[in-house]
Design a protein around this ligand. Structure first.
Ligand SMILES: [Zn+2]
Length: 217
């Protein structure tokens, strides 16, 4: 039987993740690379020259003397948690196929439930922000579904207590080619949960879909 390429997508294994991001300096280097891909740029004056104070992991701009850290202005700003904990949280939240719970996150990260809950909320909010800026294009598949546990009464569409939501997925012909195999499938997905009132649906259509989308939506 042919294997489903979605289920058998290649992601980063836990072992590979831990090899790359087990130490704080590895996580710091990765964040520097992501934030300043062309090299350090002072957030105050855009100066490129700097001194680095390793003990505090602080960058001091050689032009305006302002000190900053790679975490300033990011999700990790002022967090007392090590970057390694954040990175592992990101790995667990994004690799989980079935939405990892805050309780499970707290167990895996060794955090209290309350802290794990806050970490998860911050990550979900950041992922939502990223999705807002992402417009689907090309071939887009849309389906509706309903969230909610099993209850007595009518089932399926229109059942009481169920929250309707819409999921939209951009599919590309090259998605399963060798070039794309190393990328996580999740980077190609954009889920859009919303209550399906016509106004909100049309608003979402305007922001997430190509303008040539069928007008029936
Ligand atoms: Zn500066």
């Amino acid at each position: 039987m042919a294997r489903n390429p979605v289920q058998f997508q290649k992601g980063m294994s836990r072992a590979a993740f831990q090899e790359r991001y087990s130490r704080e300096d590895q996580c710091h280097e990765e964040l520097v690379r992501l934030r300043w891909p062309d090299g350090f740029a002072c957030p105050a004056c855009l100066g490129r020259k700097y001194s680095f104070y390793a003990a505090r992991r602080a960058f001091q701009c050689s032009l305006c003397r302002r000190q900053t850290s790679v975490k300033a202005g990011t999700l990790f700003h002022k967090s007392k948690l090590p970057l390694g904990t954040w990175f592992l949280a990101i790995y667990l939240v994004t690799q989980s196929k079935n939405d990892i719970s805050a309780l499970e996150l707290s167990r895996q990260l060794g955090l209290t439930y309350d802290t794990a809950w806050i970490v998860k909320q911050k990550l979900m909010a950041a992922m939502g922000e990223r999705n807002k800026a992402y417009k689907l294009k090309g071939s887009v598949q849309i389906d509706d579904a309903y969230l909610g546990g099993e209850r007595k009464g009518t089932s399926g569409r229109g059942a009481e207590g169920k929250t309707p939501f819409l999921a939209a997925v951009e599919t590309r012909a090259d998605m399963f080619t060798s070039e794309a195999k190393s990328r996580s499938m999740s980077s190609s997905l954009s889920a859009c949960p919303l209550v399906m009132r016509r106004a909100s649906l049309m608003r979402w259509r305007g922001t997430a879909l190509p303008s040539s989308s069928p007008s029936g939506l």
